[in-house]
Design a protein around this ligand. Structure first.
Ligand SMILES: [Zn+2]
Length: 289
C-alpha cells in the first residue's frame, strides 16, 4: 500500500492568512508551510484515491508526480474521492476536480445529503462532470480499484456549521480503514477524532499505520471557553496515553491547526510522541508498507 500526505493542516492551513499567533509568526519566519488536510492512497501504485479534497488540491496534485496523467492522455490516476466528513476544508477541493470525465465520490449518506443540500457542491460539480455518488455504509467494506477496499466507522455526529440544524442524518465524521482483504496491510485515517471510543479501537485493530487527528496539542490551546473537545477534537496530549495502551501501529498526527506548536518541525514537544511510536506527518510524505 502507498499513502501520500498531500496536506497536513486543519482548515486555513499553517500559517493561516489572518493569524499572527506565535506558531504562525515562526512558520512565516522559517518558511514552514502546511496545506490543508488531504491524502492519496493506492493499493497497487497505479489507481489512487484522494481521501478528502482540500481547498489546496490543485497545488497538491501538481506537487505529486504519481498523480499526474500519463503523457499523451487525459486519464488521471485519481479514481475517486473518499470523504471522512463534510467540513469545508475536506470538500472544497471537489470544485478543482470538475474537469474529470467521471468522478466517483464515496461518503456516508449523511455527508452526501449535506453536499447536496446544505452546501450543494456535489450538485454544482455534477453539472460539469459525471459525478457518481457512492455510499459508505458504516462497517461495510467497499471495493475500490487497485485491490483496495475501504471501511468507514462513524466517530462522531459533529456537523459542519453550514449544515445548521436541518435533519440530514447522524453519520457526520468517520475513520476510513483501507486494506486489501483479511490479513493484508491496513491503513486507518481519522483526521477528526472526538473521543477514543470502542468503535475507534476496533477500526485500528491490526493496523500497520494510523493517521489521526492532530488538530490541537492541548485541550486549552485555543484559549478560555474554546476547548478542543468542544470543537470535536481530542487533543494530542490526551490521545498519547491511548497510543501507549495500543502499541503496534505506527501513528502519524495530521490535520494540525495553525495554533499547534507541532506545526514547527523543531518543536520540543515532539519528543513525547516518539515514545509511543508516533510522529507528525508532513506535506508530501510518502509511506510504503
Ligand atoms: Zn496562527
Amino acid at each position: 500500500m502507498k499513502v501520500r500526505f498531500l496536506g497536513t493542516a486543519a482548515g486555513g492551513g499553517a500559517p493561516q492568512w489572518n493569524c499572527g499567533c506565535a506558531t504562525c509568526v515562526r512558520a512565516r519566519r522559517d518558511g514552514v508551510s502546511r496545506t490543508q488536510d488531504c491524502l492519496a492512497v493506492s493499493g497497487d501504485g497505479v489507481s489512487w484515491y484522494l481521501v478528502n479534497a482540500s481547498p489546496d488540491l490543485r497545488t497538491q496534485l501538481l506537487a505529486t508526480p504519481e498523480l499526474a496523467p500519463a503523457a499523451g492522455s487525459r486519464v488521471s490516476p485519481v479514481r475517486g474521492v473518499v470523504f471522512t466528513s463534510a467540513e469545508l476544508d475536506h470538500t472544497l477541493g471537489l470544485l478543482t476536480l470538475r474537469e474529470a470525465e467521471v468522478l466517483d465520490v464515496y461518503a456516508t449518506a449523511t455527508v452526501h445529503n449535506a453536499l447536496r443540500s446544505g452546501f450543494s457542491i456535489e450538485t454544482t460539480v455534477g453539472s460539469y462532470t459525471r459525478l457518481r455518488e457512492r455510499h459508505l455504509a458504516p462497517g461495510t467494506p467497499v471495493e475500490l480499484e487497485g485491490g483496495l477496499r475501504v471501511t468507514l466507522s462513524v466517530l462522531s455526529s459533529k456537523r459542519p456549521r453550514y449544515a445548521g440544524t436541518t435533519p440530514l442524518g447522524e453519520e457526520w465524521v468517520g475513520a476510513c480503514r483501507f486494506d486489501s482483504g483479511p490479513g493484508t496491510r491496513v491503513f486507518v485515517y481519522a483526521p477528526g477524532l472526538a473521543a477514543w471510543t470502542g468503535e475507534f479501537g476496533r477500526a485500528i485493530e491490526s493496523a500497520d499505520v494510523v493517521a489521526l487527528d492532530g488538530t490541537f496539542l492541548t485541550e486549552e490551546e485555543m484559549g478560555p471557553g474554546r476547548p478542543a473537545s468542544g470543537m470535536g477534537h481530542l487533543a494530542i496530549t490526551d490521545v498519547l496515553p491511548f497510543l501507549a495502551e495500543h502499541p503496534g501501529p505506527r501513528y502519524l498526527f495530521t490535520h494540525l491547526n495553525n495554533t499547534n506548536p507541532l506545526v514547527l518541525p523543531d518543536a520540543p514537544e515532539m519528543s513525547a510522541l516518539a515514545e509511543v511510536n508516533a510522529s507528525v506527518a508532513f506535506d508530501g510524505q510518502l509511506l510504503e508498507f
